[in-house]
Design a protein around this ligand. Structure first.
Ligand SMILES: NC(=O)c1ccc[n+]([C@@H]2O[C@H](COP(=O)([O-])OP(=O)(O)OC[C@H]3O[C@@H](n4cnc5c(N)ncnc54)[C@H](OP(=O)(O)O)[C@@H]3O)[C@@H](O)[C@H]2O)c1
Length: 309
């Protein structure tokens, strides 16, 4: 039996990953959540080092995937202590505990470790984060790689996938404003303003789950991937372009206005396109076209005019 611990199984990525891994014959998945208890998952606060050590000792996994994090840039900016506790210190604690048991640790990081000025970025390009979130994730990468020789960092860009609320992903969080713009008449003049400056590569969480499962398979055959790898969708788009495609999928007549200069309070990079060549060279990867994937997401979580979700 090959045993994988998924830390942060209640999150956008964690749920997709547990769904993928649970289908593998001969694999056992142990999952943890924090504020959202789930059936078949342990509750674990990864800031509690003793609890983390006890969890790893008790479960003795062969591999650990850290999908828990504080990933909201604005929260990281305003609460750097929380960002550090989750994105740096907890990664070190988890990796040290896994290392003591000889377990492989995969930690998830972000394209925001780069400044977005010189894409595409290979895995060995020099990082230069612009905001507190990117800085904390970069420190977390270094904490992992300093703590264990049996560790790997997987950098990812903007995620979307099956959701339990519109705000869960920066892709689906556009839906309420798109729908509201379609509900107003042209005479009201209320179109939704969408960022048309930053170039993003939305990446589907079930595709990433396949990538991680393929990485885990290599570890299971004693060919563990170490160091830094990256995975990205290959369709560049601004939020404005994402909104147009969402409106098409929703079949609504949205009224959208492109915003060609950045307006975010938190500095964000322009284009952090991640080169996925290291994983591709290993035959790892899957990319579902955006228009196909987003229709799956919307079919499973249909818009009912409820902006509260
Ligand atoms: N979302 C994106 O667009 C994006 C882009 C690039 C990289 N990433 C990276 O991908 C990874 C997964 O992101 P995501 O979008 O799936 O995040 P998410 O939906 O915000 O989920 C965060 C997870 O962390 C858990 N968590 C929060 N505080 C915790 C604590 N104190 N102890 C234990 N667990 C705690 C949450 O548990 P509860 O919900 O149960 O509290 C949840 O399972 C992160 O490393 C993130 O930095 C995300």
């Amino acid at each position: 039996m090959f045993k994988v611990a998924v830390i942060g199984a209640s999150g956008l990525l964690g749920r997709a990953l547990v769904g993928e891994l649970a289908q593998q014959a001969g694999w056992q998945v142990v999952a943890t959540t924090f504020s959202r208890p789930a059936p078949n998952a342990a509750t674990l606060d990864i800031r509690d080092a003793r609890a983390v050590e006890q969890f790893i000792e008790r479960e003795a996994p062969d591999a650990l995937v850290i999908a828990a994090a504080e990933r909201r840039p604005d929260v990281c900016e305003h609460d750097p202590a929380l960002a550090r506790a989750l994105n740096v210190d907890a990664v070190r604690t988890l990796a040290a505990a896994a290392n003591r048991r000889g377990a492989w640790t995969l930690s998830i990081s972000t394209d925001y470790v780069f400044d977005g000025a010189h894409p595409p970025y290979r895995h060995d390009a020099a990082p230069s984060p612009l905001n507190a979130y990117g800085r904390s994730k970069l420190e977390g990468e270094r904490a992992l790689l300093d703590t264990t020789d049996l560790g790997c960092v997987l950098r990812l860009p903007l995620l979307y996938g099956p959701i339990v609320g519109w705000a869960e992903s920066a892709v689906t969080s556009l839906v309420p404003a798109i729908a509201a713009s379609a509900a107003t008449s042209a005479a009201d003049g209320k179109s939704a303003v969408m960022d048309a400056w930053a170039i993003r590569y939305p990446t589907f969480t079930p595709d990433i789950a396949v990538v991680i499962r393929q990485m885990l398979e290599r570890h299971a055959r004693n060919e563990a991937i170490r160091g830094i790898v990256q995975w990205s969708g290959d369709e560049p788009m601004t939020k404005y372009e994402i909104a147009i495609r969402l409106a098409e999928a929703l079949q609504v007549d949205a009224r959208l206005t492109p915003q060609h200069t950045p307006t975010d309070a938190t500095p964000r990079p322009h284009n952090c396109h991640l080169a996925s060549d290291r994983l591709e060279a290993l035959g790892i990867g899957r990319r579902t076209p955006f228009d196909t994937a987003i229709r799956q997401v919307l079919a499973a979580f249909p818009w009912r005019g409820d902006t509260a979700a």
